[in-house]
Design a binder for this molecule. Structure first.
Ligand SMILES: Cc1ncc(COP(=O)(O)O)c(C=O)c1O
Length: 383
């Protein structure tokens, strides 16, 4: 955990809003994954947080990358990843994404039957299965439900595998990812069991990729046991694709109190909001909010951002000591889908990011400027 004095120092030095990451917790999360999953191949779903410094740390630790856009593939290349260390995924890959993936020698995750005809010649491929299960997470985070747009139906799997082979591709196995921030371990068991049922139609496979989606307090050994059991049915190597689990706890959003307002509810207004951390607004995500000042918490506060949007709330009903303007708050578990989903809506430059290695701070993303935000615009004067 980053000491409070260091959080205060970072906010003073780099300004707020500021994302900070604890290197020790990044390492510990990867250690927990490796301890639970043994020799399973780990691919980091970089959508969770694609900062190049974090990617370089993962690359150095032997972690591969799951990429879902040409930009993410370019990031993998930038940090020296390639070959079977890169997965290219997504329900609607572009021509550029197929070409970039092929250039790196990546493995493609086939999401629909038509993709067989779109893959670059001789591609390595896994077939994504939609197990048609409802899972314990927000609807927008569920990707393995019957009505979701992801993957092929279990009934289509044998046909897609056969078509891949016939087209000269290397069909290596199956893939499943049922959603994100999943709290109930039974959801994973059900999905893995549905995959295992397919063995009668597919025979043995080289790879079973069971995706990610683990909540930060998930029972990893339990999930790993079930995943290994499914992989052994196919005689397959086990691959995993955690995003959130690897980075969420390591990240904290630091924000300063701007002022208060009492309207029947107590609002604590902060300099960070939906543009820096969208998750509470997007899917009602709950992040722990801690006051970095002393005092007794006598009231509860709604922590609200500066955007002109009623939904711009970071948290509701947080017990905090009386806040003074400039007081610093730490929004926890913000390392995943925090900075990566931050936006420049309202021409709010995206925040800086800094890494704490136990000794010192390193700036790993400078704060944007308004000029950065409009840099790509073509300013036609007098039109
Ligand atoms: C295919 C796939 N794999 C892995 C992940 C990572 O999920 P999480 O960050 O919940 O572990 C995602 C997230 O959307 C995904 O779509």
């Amino acid at each position: 955990m980053i000491p409070r004095a260091q959080l205060l120092a970072a906010a003073d030095r780099f300004g707020t809003p500021l994302y900070v990451y604890d290197a020790a917790e990044l390492d510990a999360a990867l250690e927990r994954v490796r301890a639970a999953f043994g020799d399973a191949r780990v691919f980091y779903a970089m959508k969770a947080n694609p900062n190049l410094t974090l990617l370089r740390r993962m690359q150095a630790a032997g972690v591969g990358f799951e990429c879902v856009s040409a930009g993410e593939i370019a990031r993998a290349e930038q940090v020296g990843a390639g070959g079977d260390g890169v997965l290219v995924n997504g329900p609607a890959k572009s021509v550029e994404e197929y070409a970039a993936g092929a250039r790196l020698g990546a493995t493609f995750i086939v999401d629909r039957a038509e993709e067989v005809g779109l893959l670059p010649p001789g591609s390595r491929a896994l077939v994504r299965v939609n197990p048609a299960l409802s899972v314990s997470t927000h609807d927008h985070l569920a990707t393995g439900a019957a009505g979701s747009k992801f993957g092929v139906t279990p009934g289509q799997v044998p046909g897609v595998l056969a078509a891949l082979g016939k087209a000269g591709h290397d069909a290596r196995g199956l893939h499943v990812h049922i959603g994100s921030a999943i709290r109930n371990a039974a959801d994973f068991s059900a999905a893995f069991a549905r995959l295992a049922e397919l063995h009668g139609q597919t025979g043995d496979l080289e790879v079973l990729d069971v995706g990610g989606g683990w909540g930060v307090d998930a029972d990893l050994p339990g999930i790993a046991r079930e995943a290994r059991a499914a992989a052994s049915v196919f005689g397959a190597a086990l691959w995993v694709e955690p995003g959130r689990y690897l980075v969420a706890r390591a990240g904290t959003l630091l924000t300063r109190a701007v002022g208060t307002k009492r309207t029947g509810r107590n609002f604590l207004l902060t300099d960070a909001g939906m543009t820096e951390l969208l998750r509470p607004m997007l899917y009602g995500a709950q992040h722990p909010v801690t006051a970095l000042w002393d005092g007794e918490a006598r009231e509860v506060w709604d922590v609200a951002g500066p955007a002109c949007e009623s939904g711009d709330l970071l948290a509701r009903d947080v017990a905090l000591p009386e806040p003074a303007p400039g007081a610093l708050l730490a929004v926890g578990e913000a390392g995943a889908y925090g900075a990566s989903m931050s936006s420049t809506y309202l021409t709010r430059p995206r925040p800086a990011e800094a890494l704490w290695d136990g000794q010192e701070w390193t700036l790993i993303r400078r704060r944007e400027t308004p000029q950065d935000v409009w840099a790509a615009e073509v300013e036609v004067v007098g039109s």
